[in-house]
Design a protein around this ligand. Sequence first.
Ligand SMILES: Cc1cc2nc3c(=O)[nH]c(=O)nc-3n(C[C@H](O)[C@H](O)[C@H](O)COP(=O)(O)OP(=O)(O)OC[C@H]3O[C@@H](n4cnc5c(N)ncnc54)[C@H](O)[C@@H]3O)c2cc1C
Length: 254
Amino acid sequence: MKAIEYHRPTQIDEALALLGRATPLTMPLAGGTWLNQPGMEPVAVVDLQALPLNQLQRQGQLLQMGATCTLQSLLDAIPDVPDDLRKAIRHEASYNLRQAATIAGTLVAAGGRSPFTTALLAMDASAHILPEDQDISLGDLLPLRSEHLSGRLISRVTIPLNARLAYEYVARTPADQPIVCVAAAMWPSGRVRLALGGFGSTPLLAFDGSEPAGVEIAAQSAYSQAGDDWATAPYRQEMAGVLARRCLEKLQTS
Ligand SMILES: Cc1cc2nc3c(=O)[nH]c(=O)nc-3n(C[C@H](O)[C@H](O)[C@H](O)COP(=O)(O)OP(=O)(O)OC[C@H]3O[C@@H](n4cnc5c(N)ncnc54)[C@H](O)[C@@H]3O)c2cc1C
């Protein structure tokens, strides 16, 4: 990436004014692990590191994660982050990368293979968007990220702490990106949400309801067309069903 302008505001209003300009194309710079890659078109960048957006805060049953918290800080600072969310974070990126990659940057840059995004979609995470001061569910944000985020900023991402999570995947090696991954969240009310990753431009919500009997079939049908160079659609369908069943068993027995 070639930066044609570099700004490091200390006030959120200042950052929003820069991001809201019609020209030049201006983007938030968080950990920079994705934005700094070669081959990106020249842009003006607004470095978020001096903004007060790196707090992790509990509010009752919710965990509010500042947009610039790194993936590693989430592992280090919050002991009751669900174990399988930890597993998905470790699967997302290596230790070095986790120290730079931020929560919001990861969600914005994520493709369909992102374990962290798949887990947060299952947990029904929401993002707080500025300047509108509005929450948007990750499920609504992901397919339309460029439209929703043009000239805007994610200030924090919220997840429930009362939902349990199970995360399972198949990959060529344990540390490789998933060919198929499944995350299932279960609330005390019995609500279950199941998200699939491993394919396409964004993870997919396959199930949200309180009748878990349908989860396996929902997972299989959601990947009925999910064929690419990594795996055929029938293979992904089969694996999605198996992993969904495994996640559900884990949630029901833990
Ligand atoms: C060596 C290496 C290996 C990698 N391997 C993988 C991999 O295996 N799988 C994978 O999925 N990714 C991989 N990545 C990509 C990268 O790690 C992630 O996409 C990363 O988590 C991005 O986070 P970041 O904080 O560095 O974001 P940045 O690179 O700073 O930004 C990413 C995008 O998010 C936007 N953004 C950032 N913060 C905000 C905000 N608060 N509000 C609105 N928009 C925002 C930026 O404008 C930009 O468009 C790899 C990167 C590197 C360098």
